[in-house]
Ligand binder design. Structure first.
Ligand code: TNX
Length: 484
């Protein structure tokens, strides 16, 4: 199983058999959608009726579980008489059902009827996460991905108890979210993508649909509007945002660091206030990410001025600031979340320390470990290699609590695996880079430190292969793993 639960015990001589007359019971309407979706999947693969009803069932989902395991914690018991999952919240139940899906045979994930038996070895599990933030980032700017493509990613992420989807919604190559007060951002700024092909963007209705679908999978969307660099698409859409009032051409190559907002123009901040307001209105989560990375074309003093003003505008619009670690060189609002993407670079480490000194929390995305766009090895065709080659072992074998020297474990609120998409233009390529590395980052975020062990993880990862085959996931069959 991935991520490894906090505590699991086998019940010797007990086996649960899901039979044709099984039922699914729930004791609270907040669990209805969870039960319905789970039942629908099992109906497809087993062919059984699996009615969902109030009260107890062969499989019982109860929200009257212990508060002590927190909002995402749950307990699960499978024995000859049935399966019970208890949690204090619907979210905890959802995590527990995710575990139950992994306890069932892989073919339970199929979308056509399969032969049983549908057995689970008797077990008790008590489980809750190590970190509150367990994310993946998808860059929809370099290449655009449709709502349906992102939903497919959400389906797969939720299998590993990921609870944040960071969407990189703007960059030099494309602006991907509708902003009513600045319509040319999408009309012009969203029209292309890397390589010069047709881009795209999310209307407000489409974006709301994505946010809702993620929420139904207990994943909070963290929107990113990258500033003050990585802004060519916005600069190309509105001449007044440029230092010389001259709009550049759209850009479809992959260099970084050439664009910057005009730091001393009032219109820059009026623009950002509008954008942050409209994006915040579409964001049920508390975080709004303002980028801040690689602003190589912004004077450093200007950069610091910008960060002070832009962070204030995020707060003014009711959100908590998140940004890449460069922003920590400037003054930060009290409860900022700083995303560390450094490798072993002392400059990045100092910025992480500066963030913590200012009271910020850290999400860790070390590029030489957690970047899903790095090549696995020298023969990988997709991806980049500026942070090194990132094998499955390399991406799994690190400890978030001790990664950054001089940063106390208490400052770390989680981990995130970013997928930049300069070389990625369809879902099968997403899947190839994400699997099998993402489950390892998910485990670093969820499982207790004592559970982390490469040799044991390798075997558990191998067991996921048949699941991905059933789900049609184009995963990389890394030679490090003895795939089943
Ligand atoms: C650096 S890491 C970037 C992105 C690129 C990525 C490619 C960071 C915050 N910025 O603009 O897409 O490298 O790996």
């Amino acid at each position: 199983m991935i991520p490894q639960p906090t505590a699991q015990q086998a019940l010797a001589d007990e086996t649960f058999l899901l039979a044709a007359d099984a039922t699914i019971g729930l004791d609270d309407p907040s669990a209805q959608l969870i039960a319905d979706r789970f039942a629908a999947q099992l109906r497809r693969s087993t062919g059984y009726d699996l009615p969902v009803r109030d009260g107890t069932g062969t499989i019982t989902l109860s929200v009257n579980g212990p508060e002590s395991l927190g909002a995402e914690g749950y307990e699960l018991r499978a024995d000859a008489s049935g399966v019970t999952i208890t949690a204090a919240t619907a979210e905890g139940l959802f995590r527990g059902v995710t575990t139950l899906r992994q306890l069932l045979p892989a073919k339970a994930e199929a979308d056509s009827q399969q032969d049983g038996p549908w057995e689970i070895a008797g077990t008790t599990i008590s489980d809750s996460p190590r970190y509150e933030y367990r994310g993946m980032m998808l860059d929809v700017s370099r290449h655009f991905f449709t709502v349906d493509q992102v939903k497919r990613v959400i389906d797969l992420l939720s299998l590993y108890k990921i609870n944040r989807l960071h969407l990189h919604l703007s960059d030099d190559q494309g602006w991907r979210i509708q902003v009513d007060s600045w319509p040319n951002l999408t009309a012009h700024g969203g029209s292309l993508q890397v390589g010069g092909g047709e881009g795209g963007s999310y209307s407000k209705a489409e974006y709301a649909d994505l946010v809702q679908y993620a929420a139904e999978h207990y994943i909070t969307v963290v929107p990113e509007i990258d500033t003050p660099g990585h802004t060519n698409a916005a600069l190309a859409s509105y001449a007044e945002l440029n230092k010389g009032d001259q709009a550049p051409e759209l850009y479809t190559e992959t260099e970084v660091g050439f664009s910057s907002f005009a730091i001393d123009k009032d219109v820059t901040y009026a623009f950002l206030d509008d954008v942050f307001r409209e994006v915040a209105e579409q964001t049920p989560g508390e975080l709004l990410h303002l980028g801040g990375d690689e602003a190589h074309s912004t004077e450093h003093t200007d950069y610091l001025t910008f960060v002070a003003k832009a962070t204030e505008l995020v707060v003014k619009n009711g959100k908590r600031v998140m940004g890449w670690h460069e922003i920590a060189d400037g003054p930060l609002p009290a409860d900022t979340v700083v995303q560390y993407w450094g490798t072993e670079d002392p400059k990045a480490q100092v910025l992480a320390q500066k963030a913590v000194e200012q009271g910020a929390s850290l999400v860790l995305s070390p590029a030489n470990r957690a970047y899903l766009d790095m090549k696995y090895d020298a023969s990988t065709e997709l991806g980049l290699d500026w942070a090194g080659l990132v094998s499955v072992e390399q991406s799994y074998s690190w400890n978030p609590a001790t990664l950054v020297p001089g940063v106390p474990a208490s400052a770390i609120i989680g981990v995130e695996a970013p997928l930049w998409t300069e070389t990625v233009d369809d879902v099968s390529k997403i899947e190839y880079l994400v699997f099998p590395r993402l489950p390892g980052i998910a485990e670093l975020g969820w499982s207790q430190e004592s559970a982390l062990d490469w040799t044991a993880y390798r075997d558990r990862l191998a067991e996921q292969g048949p699941r991905w085959e059933v789900l049609g996931v184009n995963f990389y069959r890394a030679p490090e793993i003895d795939w089943r």
